[in-house]
Write a protein that binds this ligand. Structure first.
Ligand code: DAH
Length: 433
């Protein structure tokens, strides 16, 4: 038996320590995919890689003193203060340990995302199998929590997307979702003549409101939502921060907006939000309430708030990084100081794509991540052409290698680069040029 002394790994709860020391939190073995104690059978849709699965269970948003946790706590505190019950208790509940594997129904259908919507593509998501995937957003939990009877809640968790590789994108990141449902009374307070007010009507859908919502109810919800989120943004980024609302589109809200703030002269999108589609509430069994929702990316907020230059740093276990956030009050102002900046090593890779087999750049990006791990800072497609006679297409990708915490030697990089070439040739059927 392994006896674990919790002092060895400060910041880990005992359950996590045992998990770290015993089995992996997630693994893929033949057609069997195991994630946090649940087992799934893989199929033609399975595209999770061992490297990706190794991130599951790290729960950065729950680690004491982690910058993502500081930001999540600040948002939570803001929501607690804004919405109190008549007895003075916070109205919002927080759900930060929901299982990351969700059904396609939860991630897409329950949010009215059309069957043919691009966001469902295999090249954009990490599928466990045809019916299950690693959640691509925390919105995936809205419907189930509403069905369970929650009216005011936050969901905080890790989300997974196949995306570009650069300093601000990583296949795993963290989101915080907020949902608030209101009755007529909550939205209008108590008036003498309540019969004059109503949440619903049978009208036309316009730019400003859904057909089922009264224009006044939609206006009040919009004002409340925007007031709450502006307060949140200025309490974190400063009262003098320039902010603006931009009209947006999400299948699950109407109307929808994005909130942008100006940081160092640049407009940065901070969150998406809107009035929840009434159909979502109806499908979850709620008839007499109207809702608003928002979703934000914790890494984006933390990078802007602390001046963290690279998204991979959040995964660092190096004390040079972590010790800069060792404070108990999450509102402590800090600016991240780079431990040091090591030189990048840049290597190109060119190959012919397979002739009679589907190829997508995203498959190559996953492969680079799996083999190169966090040594890879960026991968870009720098050249693509089709040979007229051979009828073959060639891609050239530039891979930027850089370690966040130490110097990389050219041999080390060449070694990884060669492994990427070999792996690409064998698993993607490309021919290295
Ligand atoms: N789920 C969206 C995303 O990941 C973010 C979002 C937008 C969440 C609007 C919401 C919302 O709840 O109302 O991009």
């Amino acid at each position: 038996m392994v006896v674990v002394c919790p002092r060895i790994l400060p910041g880990c709860r005992l359950s996590q320590i045992t998990r770290l020391l015993s089995t992996k939190a997630a693994s893929v073995n033949g057609t069997k995919v195991e994630v946090l104690g649940r087992e799934y059978t893989g199929d033609h849709m399975t595209n999770v890689t061992p490297h990706l699965l190794s991130h599951i269970g790290r729960d950065l948003h729950l680690q004491p003193h982690h910058p993502l946790r500081h930001v999540a706590q600040r948002v939570t505190q803001h929501m607690y203060r804004q919405y109190l019950s008549p007895r003075g208790n916070p109205l919002f509940s927080v759900h930060s340990q929901l299982h990351p594997v969700v059904t396609t129904h939860q991630n897409f259908d329950s949010l009215l995302i059309p069957k043919d919507h691009v966001s469902r593509k295999k090249s954009d998501n990490f599928y466990i199998n045809e019916t299950h995937l690693l959640r691509a957003h925390t919105s995936a939990h809205q419907s189930e929590l509403i069905s369970m009877g929650f009216d005011n809640f936050l969901v905080i968790g890790d989300v997974y997307r196949r995306d570009d590789i650069d300093a601000s994108h990583y296949p795993v990141f963290h989101q915080l979702e907020g949902v608030r449902l209101c009755t007529l009374k909550e939205l209008y307070g108590t008036h003498q003549n309540m019969d004059a007010y109503h949440l619903f009507e049978n009208g036309e859908r316009t730019e400003d409101h859904q057909g089922v919502h009264s224009a006044e109810a939609a206006r009040r919800m919009e004002a409340e939502l925007k007031g709450c989120l502006l307060g949140l943004a200025t309490s974190l980024f400063g009262q003098d921060t320039e902010v603006r609302w931009v009209d947006a589109y999400f299948p699950f809200t109407h109307p929808s907006w994005e909130l942008e703030v100006q940081i160092n002269g640049e407009w940065v999108e901070l969150l998406g939000c809107g009035i929840m589609e009434q159909e979502i509430l109806a499908n979850a069994g709620v008839q007499d309430k109207i809702g608003w929702a928002f979703g934000l990316g914790l890494e984006r907020w933390a990078m802007k708030l602390y001046g963290i230059p690279d998204i991979r740093l959040f995964w660092s276990t190096d004390l040079g990084f972590l010790s800069q956030f060792r404070f108990d009050d999450p509102a402590t102002p800090v600016t991240y100081k780079a431990v040091s900046k090591y030189n990048p090593c840049i290597n190109d890779i060119s190959f012919w794509l397979p002739k009679d087999q589907q190829y997508e750049s995203a498959d190559f990006y996953d492969l680079v991540r799996s083999v190169g791990g966090s040594l890879v800072e960026q991968v870009n497609l720098v050249d693509s052409f089709t040979h007229p006679k051979k009828q073959l297409t060639s891609h050239c990708y530039r891979i930027v290698y850089r370690h966040m915490e130490r110097v990389l030697t050219q041999e080390e990089v060449n070694d990884v680069h060669r492994k990427i070439e070999q792996e690409a040739a064998s698993s993607l059927q490309v021919s290295i040029r």
